[in-house]
Design a protein around this ligand. Structure first.
Ligand SMILES: [Zn+2]
Length: 111
């Protein structure tokens, strides 16, 4: 089943964080495998995610380590601001990517 843009973005963030961890370990002098594989995976994902979402993600990344925040009970877990309930029903469709009105993070609903 093809993944939605939001699911892809969540995975994209995961790989970015793995790459970040790997590079941190490298800086500390550890032998780290797979950095190139992570970079390749990211550039492949950049071809499947719409450019405007990548741009939003990259802009947020200058402010946050995790530009995508989970939402639980209509609350953004990045900043704990309440989100409009109407967002939730539309959130997992391809055309609807919502950002938090308070902190600007990309939102995904965990339930
Ligand atoms: Zn927020």
């Amino acid at each position: 089943m093809p993944k939605s843009q939001l699911e892809l973005l969540v995975l994209y963030q995961d790989i970015q964080l793995m790459l970040y961890d790997a590079e941190e370990q490298k800086k500390m002098g550890f032998q780290v495998e797979g950095v190139e594989d992570l970079k390749i995976a990211l550039s492949e994902m950049e071809e499947t995610i719409q450019t405007r979402y990548i741009r939003t993600y990259e802009r947020l990344k200058t402010r946050y380590t995790r530009p995508i925040a989970p939402v639980s009970k209509d609350v953004c877990l990045g900043c704990f601001a309440t989100q409009p309930t109407s967002y939730k029903a539309r959130a997992w469709s391809d055309k609807q990517i919502f950002t938090c009105e308070n902190c600007g993070r990309i939102l995904y609903w965990i339930h």
